[in-house]
Design a protein around this ligand. Structure first.
Ligand SMILES: Cc1ncc(C[n+]2csc(CCOP(=O)(O)OP(=O)(O)O)c2C)c(N)n1
Ligand code: SF4
Ligand SMILES: [Mg+2]
Length: 281
């Protein structure tokens, strides 16, 4: 497979210059390196500009409802663990309405990849502030100033022990591809936070501004040291990019198989849902 083979029939509706184009290209390149088959891969999203992603791919896709990409993706993986499941969406989708799912996905460690395209705004609905908007930001909805502190998605993912945590930005497609590739081969919940500027509604966090802020994590950064990863995630001097943290522990699907095996031992191989219902009659 070539990266171009993963392009869907639907022509991208993202604005020219939108950061999400780079994320789409980087993901397709990483998938080509791994030889992913389109019929064995599903891209799951919520609602937002970024969540239109599945339409532009030739894999299976599920454009779910706002904030619900992760539960749908986890359910899909649990039902058929052979499928490569990639959840995608925006900062609003994953940190406002879907913030709760983000926390619990990390704890459960399903073997899926989650790519968050963070443009620090609700773009689809024409520019309201999001949990990552900078304090003082003005929009049509907040003509004077945005007043809430920001969520730091990398710090958040580290705090609930997501087992692969990385950050990149849409201006560095090579790094983006490497980090997404790392997330796809990782066994467990991989989270890639992508600073992905919206050229239409966010004039504050432009490509130029983000370029000034980003810097690579030091080459000797120990990715098994979660506390140190938190220090870099928290760093006030700039936006670090690279792999912050990686650890291996049993996945949700493996733990679930354990439960099934134990239940069969206790209740017997032929115990069915009808037997369960009988108990309540
Ligand atoms: C239940 C529900 N609440 C609110 C909305 C309206 N809505 C659609 S997209 C969106 C936010 C999109 O922001 P984000 O997830 O950051 O995606 P972006 O468009 O910035 O890529 C909102 C609030 C909705 N569709 N459904
Ligand atoms: S409105 Fe912003 S986020 Fe949406 S497609 Fe255009 S540039 Fe991208
Ligand atoms: Mg957004």
């Amino acid at each position: 497979m070539e990266a171009a083979d993963y392009k869907g029939k639907v022509k991208s509706s993202w604005c020219p210059g939108c950061g999400n184009h780079a994320v789409n290209t980087a993901l397709r390149k990483a998938m080509a390196r791994l030889g992913y088959k389109t019929h064995e891969t599903a891209i799951v999203s919520g609602i937002g500009c970024s969540s239109r992603f599945p339409f532009f791919m030739s894999t299976y896709g599920f454009h779910s409802i706002h904030g619900r990409a992760l539960p749908v993706a986890i359910g899909l993986k649990q039902a058929n663990p052979k499928i490569n499941v990639i959840a995608v969406g925006g900062d609003g989708d994953g940190l406002s309405i879907g913030g709760n799912h983000f926390i619990h996905a990390g704890r459960k460690n399903p073997n899926i990849t989650y790519i968050m395209m963070d443009n620090e705004i609700y773009a689809l609905t024409k520019g309201q502030c999001s949990p990552t908007s900078r304090i003082g930001t003005t929009t049509k909805c907040n003509p004077y100033a945005w007043t809430a502190d920001r969520i730091n998605p990398v710090l958040m993912a580290l705090s609930f022990n997501a087992s692969y945590v990385a950050r990149s930005y849409s201006g560095d497609i090579q790094q983006l591809e490497e980090l997404i590739y790392g997330g796809l081969v990782h066994k467990g919940f991989s989270f890639i936070h992508v600073i992905s500027p919206c050229v239409q509604y966010n004039k504050v966090s432009s490509f130029e501004k983000i370029k000034e802020l980003v810097r690579n994590l030091p080459e000797n950064h120990d990715t098994s040291d979660r506390a140190n990863a938190m220090k870099y995630a928290f760093a006030p001097e700039g936006l670090y990019t690279g792999v912050f943290y990686e650890s291996i522990r049993p996945t949700y699907e493996e733990r679930y198989q354990d439960v099934i095996s134990k239940a069969k031992q206790i209740a017997g191989e032929n115990y069915t849902i009808d037997d369960v219902i009988k108990q309540f009659k």
